[in-house]
Design a protein around this ligand. Structure first.
Ligand code: ARG
Length: 621
């Protein structure tokens, strides 16, 4: 399908026209913008001003030259000297039929979206939970942004592989496994432990393994007495022992010693069951088949590092093995002097699999911005090691879709009152409860409310609550921090999930009424001639036509908030259209059918967009 967005279409025409008039200009920037004053058309070209410096002619002369060389036939009114305004703006007025015919082209099942992915593989690294820990506020963004980007690529026809790079290996995990082994040795049952129990054990293991060496030193230095000395010495002694135990467990784990491994498996099962369950509740497409935990690379690390050493990519630094990366201060550490491997080593092995085996063009990492040094090191090291070379030719691009922190109302990272991480399950529960409250108020005493039974009400509340939570996250500029507020995200006004669902429901309601009151079903207006006459119809049309290019820009910039902004623009332009232009009571049959068709197009684009964000839609509310 061809391009639909008039801005993109005009940009292409101007690019050609600029090159024809000024062949010396390389890669001209057409600078097409919405018109400042709609009296003079819908758009303007602002290129003459910047071109004037490049070609050394007054801007007005440049504009006049463009007016002669740019071909706008079939899109805009012919250009003339009168099109040039002020210092050199070129006013552009669309032909009366342009928007209608573009909308007509768009009104197909694919809504004008070209499957540019053509089945090419892309990997999206998302979610990234850790064993023995419940999902908390820190996983929200990795999960929502990751799922939305994966869906964006899918919608564009890419073959997407989601990878949940679960932190399920290493000393920390061995600590909790050692703890389970200890319980078992004491004859306690471990098979009924919940994730919350396991998390408690994990915390205890961590504190038991951390020796207060500083405290001991201070006691000695300041001579704080035999009692303090005995206490601290015992603590340090105990912690060293606990740590030694965890290290022994790690060795057993790495050797897949059956009893230890069974305990590890237990921790993995309990953690993943709960994680995947929450994902399902939140309509996030992350399932068991997407789990590609650190443990799945464990046996590949030693041979990979040996090979990198043999090839001279890695070098010894103070007993450890590192890869130096150009432009990054610290080298990428891949083997500690004690022989242990690191988070970065596993990420290198993951790149090998993602690029080498899966054949990904692009690997997208939806991970906290605080890991950006890690990814600069890993990406640089992967390149140096030749791991980004694709069999299909050309290097794969590794991209860190870094995101900011979720803050509490106090502007500090969002925590519970007691300073703990906020559990994701609690947030979802509260969002849905609050949504139910808001809905009850909204529907109280209304006719629509009476028609909706308890079950449907509960399912609407869950859709609205989860939409609120997801949308507030996705609509925030990805790299920035944002402040978490239930009140704001659940408002039915403004750029929120509930507002968009409400707008969608309105597009459906009109069509339902057309059917029940006027006997006009979808077939009556599906191919009706579209008429774009009123200014609100024009704005709605121009917004709808942006859909395919917005989707592409989300995929390119990895920024779901662009999609949210678009959907919000669409919802508000629909709302303006709906209050200015009568649909069911339009002045004549032709406008009625045309407007119904616009409503249906609007419904489908909103629905498409919400699905790409991973937001479940509803039929009524
Ligand atoms: N488990 C990691 C963490 O909690 C996130 C994993 C991100 N993905 C990756 N390939 N490193 O920080």
């Amino acid at each position: 399908m061809g391009e639909l967005d008039p801005v993109t279409l005009l940009a292409a025409r101007f690019r050609a026209g600029i090159s024809a008039a000024f062949p010396s200009v390389v890669d001209p920037e057409p600078l097409i913008a919405p018109s400042k004053n709609p009296k003079f058309g819908e758009f303007q070209c602002n290129a003459a001003m910047s071109l004037s410096k490049v070609v050394g002619q007054p801007p007005r002369d440049v504009a006049l030259a463009l007016v002669r060389s740019v071909d706008v036939a079939g899109l805009c009114e012919p250009l003339s000297e009168a099109s040039v305004a002020g210092p050199g703006f070129i006013n552009l007025t669309l032909l009366p039929g342009t928007l209608a015919s573009l909308l007509d082209t768009m009104d197909r099942p694919g809504l004008g979206v070209t499957p540019i992915g053509a089945g090419r593989p892309i990997v999206v690294d998302l979610c990234g939970v850790n064993l023995a820990k419940q999902m908390h506020v820190g996983h929200i963004r990795a999960t929502f942004i990751g799922d939305a980007l994966a869906r964006t690529f899918e919608r564009l026809g890419y073959l997407v592989t989601r990878q949940n790079h679960v932190g399920d290996w290493g000393l920390n995990i061995a600590m909790v496994v050692a703890k389970l082994a200890e319980l078992e040795a004491r004859g306690e049952r471990v098979d009924s432990l919940t994730l919350s129990d396991i998390e408690q054990l994990y915390k205890r293991a961590q504190s038991e393994c951390s020796a207060d060496e500083r405290g001991l030193a201070a006691v000695k230095r300041f001579d704080l007495g035999p009692k303090a000395l005995a206490e601290l010495s015992a603590q340090v002694e105990g912690a060293r022992e606990a740590m030694a135990g965890a290290k022994r467990t790690l060795v057993q784990l790495q050797a897949r010693e059956p009893r230890t491994f069974a305990l590890w498996q237990r921790v993995a099962d309990v953690t993943m069951r709960e994680c995947l369950d929450i994902c399902r509740r939140m309509d996030v497409n992350v399932t068991a088949e997407h789990t590609a935990g650190e443990s799945s690379y464990a046996d590949e690390l030693a041979p990979m590092v040996d090979e990198l050493v043999a090839r001279g990519v890695a070098e010894i630094d103070d007993g450890a093995m590192v890869i130096r990366v150009e432009g990054v201060e610290e080298p990428c550490l891949i083997r500690k002097s004690d022989g242990g491997f690191l988070y970065a080593t596993t990420d290198l092995a993951a790149i090998k699999r993602r690029v080498g085996t899966i054949g990904a063009d692009r690997v997208i990492y939806c991970v906290d911005a605080r890991q950006s040094l890690h990814f600069r090191q890993v990406f640089g090291a992967a390149k140096a090691a030749g791991l980004t070379a694709r069999a299909a030719g050309g290097p794969a691009s590794l991209e860190h879709a870094a995101f900011g922190t979720i803050l509490g109302e106090d502007g500090k990272p969002f925590k519970t009152r007691s300073g703990e991480s906020v559990r994701l399950a609690d947030l979802v529960g509260e969002a849905v409860d609050r949504a139910a409250g808001v809905l009850d108020q909204l529907l109280a005493g209304s006719e629509a409310g009476a028609a909706i039974g308890a079950d449907e009400r509960a399912s609407i509340a869950s859709a609205v609550g989860i939409a609120a939570l997801k949308y507030t996250d996705l609509s925030s500029d990805r790299v920035k921090d944002y402040v978490f507020s239930f009140e704001r995200m659940l408002a039915f006004e403004g750029n929120t999930g509930p507002y968009l669902l409400y707008a969608l429901v309105r597009t459906k309601n009109v069509q339902r009424k057309a059917h029940s009151e006027l006997g006009l079903g979808p077939d009556a207006f599906a191919r009706a001639p579209i008429m774009v006459v009123q200014p609100e119809e024009k704005t709605l049309a121009l917004t709808l036509l942006r859909w395919p290019s917005v989707l592409r820009s989300v995929a390119e910039a990895l920024e779901p908030h662009r999609l949210c902004q678009f959907l919000y623009d669409l919802a508000t332009s629909f709302s303006a259209f709906y209050s200015a232009c009568k649909v069911l009571h339009a002045p004549d049959e032709a406008s009625r059918l045309s407007r119904l068709r616009l409503c249906s197009l609007c419904e489908r684009v909103l629905e498409d967009g919400l699905h790409v964000l991973g937001i479940r839609t509803i039929e009524r509310m």
